[in-house]
Design a protein around this ligand. Structure first.
Ligand code: 5GP
Ligand code: ZN
Length: 134
């Protein structure tokens, strides 16, 4: 299904032209309009799913295989040293466009891409709480 109010549905299906790195029957891979680094790309399914919670299982599997294929091809082309694969679900997690997408972010040693979090120590009470409920 497509969502007529969704910009990523329009980009993924070619209704709005965009810089496309790859396309098949399920996905389009495009350059992000606001790249964290040169080559920052987005994997977009052509069908509308708001996030990973909603994504079809087969497309979920295919999207990671495609991420692997894309970074394997792009790493020597861009001359980067590694990649972050980032996938945000929900506003609290930084999602701003509510059509599932995976970010492919090229990384170079010493770059200034600001991905990260402050690490803490795992608390026994948190560990016990989670393990007792899972
Ligand atoms: P999110 O924060 O939802 O994980 O990421 C949304 C991403 O989509 C951002 O990195 C943003 O730059 C990118 N983006 C938003 N609108 C457009 C657009 O119209 N074209 C392209 N190419 N990227 C977009
Ligand atoms: Zn959409």
């Amino acid at each position: 299904m497509k969502d007529e109010n969704c910009i990523f549905c329009k980009l993924a299906n070619g209704e709005i032209p965009t810089a496309t790195l790859y396309e098949d029957e399920d996905f389009r891979v495009i350059l992000d309009a606001n790249p964290a680094s040169k080559g920052h790309a987005l994997i977009l399914p052509k069908e509308h799913y708001a996030n990973l919670y909603e994504l079809d299982d087969e497309l979920a599997s295919k999207s990671l295989v495609l991420a692997k294929k894309m970074i394997t091809k792009l790493t020597p082309i861009l001359g980067c040293d590694g990649y972050n694969i980032v996938q945000n679900n929900g506003e609290a997690a930084g999602q701003t466009v509510f059509h599932f997408h995976m970010h492919l972010i090229p990384r170079s040693k010493g770059d200034s891409v600001g991905l990260g979090w402050k690490m803490s120590a795992l608390k026994d009470e948190d560990k016990e709480d989670i393990l007792s409920k899972i």
